[in-house]
Write a protein that binds this ligand. Sequence first.
Ligand SMILES: [Zn+2]
Length: 118
Amino acid sequence: MRIKAGDEVVVLCGDDASETPKKVTRIVQGGKKIVVEGVNRVWKHVKRGHPKSPQGGRLSMEMPIDTSNVLLYCANCRRGVRVGYKYTNDGVKYRCCRKCNANLGTIGKPRPQYAKKG
Ligand SMILES: [Zn+2]
């Protein structure tokens, strides 16, 4: 499943699993893992001289979770859904909800070979 920063996802596993959609803030490892707002928060103990905390101490930060532990949120169905892929008439790939076929946002660059002719 392709997820972009800014997408809304539902977290399925772990301490922060819930039905409410949460925002993806960062993509890591080329899309294998994602960082989700408020999910998988840890206290990181840092020494003096850390750029984010010059005097040292504890930093609260979000750690990446695997993309297989989330589902893309469909505003139409109001829950996490499995996604399919389709192409628009211009050849742009987009994700669609498997339940209601709603467009869940485009991904990638336009590909002319998939554009509808005529
Ligand atoms: Zn849907």
